[in-house]
Write a protein that binds this ligand. Sequence first.
Ligand code: DGL
Length: 267
Amino acid sequence: MDTRPIGIFDSGLGGLTAVRALTAAAPWESFVYLGDTANAPYGDKTREEIRALSRRNIAFLRSRGVKALLAACNTSTANAMDQMLDENRDLPVLGVIEPAAEAAVSATEKGRIGLMATAATVASGAYERAVRRLLPDAAVTAVACPKLVPLVESGHTDADDPALRRAAEEYAAPLRQAGTDTVILGCTHYPIIRRAIRRAMGPDVTLIDSGAASVGALLKALEARDALGDTEKPGSRNFFCSAGRDRFIAGGSAFLGWDIASRTEQI
Ligand code: DGL
């Protein structure tokens, strides 16, 4: 047993999609979550900037005594996974891309997989590589969706929001045209606007939540090391953001369905 917290980070609210999956699957696990809201969005930054920010986020989480690290950010996973693994060999370090690629390959019937992600994730080619390692003949259609993270971070999350509807339809169109039957929400912010994406993609496409997919892999890694928390007790939950505490609390509480105000600090 290991009751130390799990360290989770994202550029902002997006990684809370992994938090929601973690608290549902393993309410006994303690965690420390960092949303680097001062630097969001990551998706239009250079690889070097994303690597530097990822390193800094991990240093903060490590200073809180974590037992494992989850980069609940596709953009960081796509651009800095090698560095995160290299520099943290003493801890299990997980990203979101491999687990989401595995879930997509299991779900697809036609081998036509769509990817919605930030520009930096699409440019990295990391998803195509991960999917093709598992399913070499897969047809992957990747669409960069640069408007979505700013919309989520500024509170435009209602499926009827006109700006969100327009953006979702714009990005869904090439995926529908390509005949995809499975679409990876390759940015942890997107499950927050799942209803808008579902409406734009139609009812028959399987949507893969990359944050949720990673939680299963994380719990497996902890179990293999005999490092799960005390399953008899609820875990502690602490949130940090680097700017805009009130907005982070409002967005986070609405998404998680519980009030995170008393557990949230700005660093
Ligand atoms: N939620 C993140 C991701 O999964 C980052 C989005 C961003 O900051 O651009 O890619």
